[in-house]
Design a protein around this ligand. Sequence first.
Ligand SMILES: [Zn+2]
Length: 71
Amino acid sequence: MIVEGVNIARKHQRPTRATQQGGIIDRDMPLPVSNVALVCPSCGKPTRVGYKIDASGQKARVCKRCGGEIS
Ligand SMILES: [Zn+2]
């Protein structure tokens, strides 16, 4: 997943034939989901995310606090 503005890789890039652009380029990098404080839509509190397999075999994210499903 990508969290904007949290995990920025700042690349000092020289102009190349491909980009035609030099200077400093900010890139959002993928951040491990475990590092993100997620607010559960069910209980409205910051929570950790757990996983469960639902009836159709799909992996679902659930709130570890209240057990509510998080889409
Ligand atoms: Zn919850």
